[in-house]
Design a protein around this ligand. Structure first.
Ligand code: AMP
Length: 211
């Protein structure tokens, strides 16, 4: 199974990815997590990446494509969370998958209204070590500030500040939204109502995937 998740920041891609990868036993490839790991190393490259991420801008295509290309080519089943985000990335993904003859099965587009997105992002917490995500109200860690999975520190994301959230929404509308038409034309796109209860959203997704 090769799945792409598309959706604005706060649509629940990370949360549902964790459930889907467990359920279908496929690898979770989150470009956000890959970049956060890179940033935690404090290299020359990480300083460049951090600048883009802190502003809520997309990291340049050539950097992210180089990081993800080999991973998708060497993995039989995967869920791409946060990639592609531009047409150039989508075309690069198509080329990489064509070469290894492993086409995508489905692209899930998470639809959530803007008020719910802002509400979710303002309550979102992330583990600084394994990047598991939590919601302060609906799904907090069992022990305050401690990750259930790895006992790492759970805190706010540095790019979840109000000004950066607004900017990331507009980046999504300008650069990522055109991918919906791109995948519709390839007959791969399935829309998911991603509002409300997380368990219900997961049931909706599974219905779309397995019928
Ligand atoms: P995410 O965790 O998916 O919300 O990603 C966090 C940040 O990482 C984004 O705001 C971008 O700065 C960067 N990022 C993640 N995925 C990509 C991508 N496919 N292309 C460019 N930048 C990305």
């Amino acid at each position: 199974m090769r799945i792409v998740l598309l959706g604005p920041p706060g649509a629940g891609k990370g949360t549902q990815s964790a459930r889907l990868t467990k359920c279908f036993e496929i690898e979770h490839l989150s470009t956000g997590d890959i970049l956060r790991t890179e940033v935690s190393k404090t290299t020359e490259l990480s300083l460049v990446i951090k600048k883009y991420m802190d502003k809520g801008d997309l990291v340049p295509d050539h950097l992210i494509i180089d990081m993800i290309k080999d991973r998708v080519s060497n993995t039989a089943g995967f869920l791409l969370d946060g990639f592609p985000r531009t047409l150039k990335q989508a075309e690069a993904l198509d080329t990489a998958l064509e070469v290894c003859n492993q086409p995508l099965d489905v692209v899930l587009y998470f639809e959530v209204n803007v008020n719910e997105l802002i509400e979710r992002l303002s309550k979102r917490l992330i583990c600084q070590s394994c990047f598991s995500t939590y919601n302060l109200i609906t799904s907090p860690p069992i022990s305050k500030g401690i990750c259930d999975s790895c006992s790492g520190i759970v805190a706010w994301r540095t790019d979840d500040k109000p000004e950066s959230i607004k900017h990331r929404m507009s980046v999504f509308n300008d650069q990522t939204f055109p991918l919906i038409e791109y995948y519709k034309r390839r007959d791969l796109l399935k829309k998911i109502d991603a509002t409300g209860d997380l368990d219900e959203v997961f049931i909706r997704i599974k219905k779309v995937i397995v019928g």
